[in-house]
Ligand binder design. Structure first.
Ligand code: UD1
Length: 418
């Protein structure tokens, strides 16, 4: 498996263009089978999660073409309602296929999904929402079998604003008979992007971005061309890297309010941040002061997907930070690796107490999940001396050419292919 060699200590200067959001592209790809007309998605990032989703579409019978960074999906001949177990294990987002496959074929078979090992990640909210739309669900031999001769709109209250459950219910409701209302829906910007995509196909979805989403079922959806939103987590990762290392970077290509919670913390840390249209300019001396408490919460709160990267920054800020992870149970596995670099972190359940140290030193560390891997890279960029970050397969699930983008900013990082 590939690894990075990082010489720490460089400040970061320059521009970053963010990729399209992984967490938006994945449900949009799932949604592309809701029509048998051609769907063209521009700016599709070449990351492992997307490649796996494209493989799933290929296996259910879609014809796929790549034109530069565009993917063209033609699902006219899609025939299979079975989502291949081998790929489902690689990719948690394969679960979004449940909603769209049900809409298309009125039945679906899927095994329990995989993805990052960061906690229990049940799908009970997805399944109970689908049941409310009239889907019969039978779980046996590790597979979930779903069937619905008719999908019928319903009033659904989610016990928790799950992103995936909200998206799956929308995908199952767009062509259902009548009106579906999702209450306590997730408010993440990726759901707003899914709404825009579906409405551009002829769907009638409103309310995304708020807690109540209303979906009026329509008979037909048509093809479209679409450019997904910018990746707020990728943007946040580079902003944190520059804040921690020091320097000045400009991040382009996303709506700045999508990273407002992070920018608020970085300002408290002592960074200077200017926002102009869709451009964020951050400058930092690299000498940061810690903030007392950071808690991950659903949007618009501090995102769990930036918890690890931000914790890496806290390792060398002056003072202590109490990090509380409210979304996923086991999202601190990277902490043991950061300790090998000299970090002072005590983890108890969902909390981590991070006491700032003067310096981190280079070490050999292993990425155990996607965002934890990004955190190790950030720590390695800040550390004195050379670090090796092993097992890049996790980082490659979500970041396009991380080493190239960081090198353009002046970082000393190279990939060793193994
Ligand atoms: C999505 C994102 C992921 C992000 C997460 C939270 C994608 C592809 N992934 O994941 O990067 O970290 O949102 O912002 O968009 N839960 C249940 N039952 C369910 C579903 C969820 O209990 O049926 C719980 C989960 O265990 C977790 C919490 O709800 O504790 C949040 O999960 P959810 O919002 O569903 O996250 P994902 O959609 O999996």
């Amino acid at each position: 498996m590939d690894k990075y060699i990082v010489e720490g200590g460089s400040k970061l200067y320059g521009k970053v263009e963010v990729q399209s959001a992984k967490n938006s592209v994945l449900p949009l790809l799932a949604a592309s089978i809701l029509t048998d007309e051609q769907v063209k998605i521009r700016g599709v990032p070449t990351i492992n999660d997307v490649e796996n989703m494209l493989r799933i579409l290929g296996e259910v019978g879609c014809k796929l073409r790549r034109q530069k960074d565009c993917v063209i999906i033609d699902s006219t001949n899609a025939i299979s309602h079975e989502i291949p177990a081998r790929l489902t294990k690689e990719l948690r987002s394969s679960v979004f296929m449940l909603g769209s496959v049900l809409t298309r074929f009125h039945r679906a078979k899927i095994s329990y999904p995989g993805g990052c090992d960061i906690g229990l990640r049940p799908i009970d909210l997805h399944l109970s929402g689908l049941k409310r739309l009239g889907v019969r669900i039978d779980e046996k031999d590790g597979f979930i079998h779903c069937e619905a001769e008719r999908l019928v709109g319903a009033d659904i209250l989610l016990d928790f604003p799950s992103v995936g459950a909200t998206e799956n219910i929308i995908l199952a409701a767009v062509k259902a008979e009548g009106i579906t209302v999702i209450r306590n829906a997730a408010k993440e910007p990726e759901i707003v992007d899914l709404q825009s995509f579906l409405n551009a196909m002829g769907a009638r979805v409103r309310g995304a971005g708020g807690g109540t989403i209303v979906i009026e079922g329509v008979k037909r959806l048509h093809g479209l061309e679409y450019t997904p939103m910018g990746d707020r987590i990728e943007a946040g990762t580079y902003l944190i890297a520059a804040a921690s290392c020091g320097g000045e970077i400009e991040v382009n290509g996303l709506s700045c309010e999508n990273v407002a919670a992070l920018l608020h913390k970085l300002r408290e840390n002592g960074c200077k941040i200017h926002i102009k249209n869709d451009k964020i300019v951050l400058s930092s001396t690299g000498e940061l002061k810690s903030v007392d408490l950071v808690e991950t919460t659903p949007f618009p709160g501090f995102p769990t997907d930036l918890q690890a990267q931000y914790s890496a920054l806290c390792c060398t800020a002056s003072g202590s930070t109490l990090m509380v992870e409210n979304l996923f149970e086991t999202r601190y596995r990277y902490a043991a690796e950061l300790k090998r670099m000299g970090a002072d972190i005590t983890v108890r359940g969902r909390t981590a107490l991070i006491r700032g140290v003067k310096k981190l030193h280079g070490a050999s560390v292993t990425a155990g999940d996607l965002r934890g891997g990004a955190a190790l890279v950030i720590a390695a960029l800040k550390a004195e001396g050379q670090s090796v970050v092993m097992d890049l397969s996790h980082i490659d699930r979500g970041y396009v050419d991380m080493e190239g983008k960081l090198r353009k900013l002046g970082a000393k990082i190279r990939r060793i292919k193994i």
